[in-house]
Design a protein around this ligand. Structure first.
Ligand code: USQ
Length: 402
């Protein structure tokens, strides 16, 4: 039997969210035994912000029932606050003994993390405690599970030192006191651009430590900005539909631009739009998790880091592309964030390509698919929630079109 491809028992922490839900379905469809652990915090944040997903996502109970009807596969579910209920997490690990744990259970919006002291503290407390609780519980339970964590490209910052950003580790050469030159690999120096991104930088240190001390098997995925909404599995039934965030806090740039054009709102480019970022389609996200699970490190290997992105684009180029495709207007608005106005970005992604990823790139057909979904649910859009109002400092101004 090919052990790497055998069916696994997989916990998906944060399996009700934008990346977690389609991943849970994808893994279940592949025959893995999936259990979602989620405290539905993202749905509570929708209530707090009074901004809902553009698509009508169903309650978790309905989602799971429909999935069973459609696929014949059961997905388990536990409502647990992983940042606080350590004993419950430990109990679940000891009783269910998952082969792998996929960890999406973090507050993932940069603007939300910058809204106020309350939001900064929530993001740090939640994200750091979940990650640390998972690592502690893995050690205490004595299980040899493989942890796959969703990190971010944002841990690197978006600059370049004249080289492609490597996958996690930087080759360096230091001059010892003897004059000898010593070569080493270190974690790429981290340079986060928000409190949210900073928590993912801190996660890296926790992983490095627990891997060194307890030989935990860990894969950290440095993901770019996800675009698209549905996957093969979420498309099977409207009640399985994935989230579509468009509001100023949770909406990410390309999906926002496509949605804005679809509902007749100006395409909001922050500053000059010279920011270059890494992108990946949601269908490739779920495939990457599958590949990460198939390629687990051994107990004596260091933390495995993959750059989970397929292409880079400049924000202004995306705005122009969407504008040409849809006849939408572009509004150059004040940038609410403290970030470089212009940057180049060159990134290595050889590891996933070598494992068999066939990148889904920005083709018109898929862009249209997102626009069509946005048009279909345009009646659910609250235009007052579109502008990005969370500012990085008191000096920054919200990104509101004139
Ligand atoms: N931007 C605009 N107009 C908008 C929205 C955003 O110009 O209406 C600009 C932003 O100023 C920024 C860029 O687009 O320069 C990207 O913003 P974003 O909201 O799409 O992405 P970001 O805040 O970086 O965060 C998202 C996810 C996060 C993930 C990250 C990957 O929310 O969970 O970690 O993408 S990465 O960007 O590679 O760090």
């Amino acid at each position: 039997m090919n052990l790497t491809n055998r069916k696994k028992k997989v916990f998906v922490l944060g399996g009700d969210g934008f990346c977690g839900w389609p991943t849970s379905l994808h893994l279940s469809n592949l025959g893995h035994e999936v259990t979602i652990i989620d405290n539905l915090s993202r749905r509570n944040i929708d209530n707090e912000l009074e901004a809902e997903s553009l698509t009508p996502i169903q309650p978790i109970g309905t989602r799971l029932k429909v999935w069973e009807e459609v696929s014949g596969n059961k997905i388990g579910f536990y409502n647990v606050n992983l940042a606080e209920d350590y004993e419950q997490l430990l109990h679940l690990l000891k009783t269910e003994k998952p082969d792998a744990i996929v960890h999406f259970a973090e507050q993932r919006s940069a603007p939300y993390s910058m809204k106020s002291s309350k939001h900064k503290r929530y993001t740090v407390n939640n994200n750091m405690n979940v990650t640390h609780n998972v690592l502690c519980a893995m050690v205490e339970s004595g299980l040899d599970s493989h942890l796959v964590h969703l990190g971010t490209m944002g841990v690197y910052g978006y600059g370049t030192a004249g080289m492609k950003i490597p996958e996690g580790y930087l080759d360096i050469e230091v001059k010892a006191e003897t004059g000898e030159r010593i070569e080493q690999q270190i974690l790429y120096p981290t340079n986060p651009g928000s409190i949210y991104h900073m928590t993912k930088s801190q996660d890296q240190l926790l992983f490095q430590y627990y891997n060194k001390n307890d030989n935990l098997r860990i894969t950290d995925l440095h993901q770019g900005i996800v675009w698209g909404t549905n996957t093969k599995e979420t498309n099977l039934d409207e009640r399985l539909i994935n989230r579509f965030d468009y509001d100023g806090d949770y909406g990410t740039v390309l999906n926002r631009f496509l949605m804005q054009a679809a509902v007749g709102y100006p395409i909001t480019v922050h500053g000059t739009g010279g920011q270059t970022r890494a992108f990946i389609h949601i269908q490739d996200t779920v495939r990457c998790i599958e590949l990460a699970l198939e390629n687990a490190p051994t107990r004596d290997e260091r933390v495995m880091i993959f750059n989970q992105m397929t292409e880079t684009h400049r924000v202004n180029d995306l705005a122009k592309l969407v504008s040409e495709m849809t006849d939408g207007d572009i509004a150059y608005v004040s940038n609410p964030r403290k970030e470089a106005a212009e940057n180049e970005l060159h990134v290595k992604n050889d590891l996933f390509l070598s494992k068999g990823l066939k990148p889904t790139t920005l083709q018109e057909g898929l862009l249209r698919e997102v626009t069509d979904i946005a048009k279909q649910y345009a009646y659910r859009a609250d235009h007052s929630k579109i502008p990005a109002t969370s500012t990085w400092t008191k000096e920054q101004k919200p990104g509101i079109p004139e």
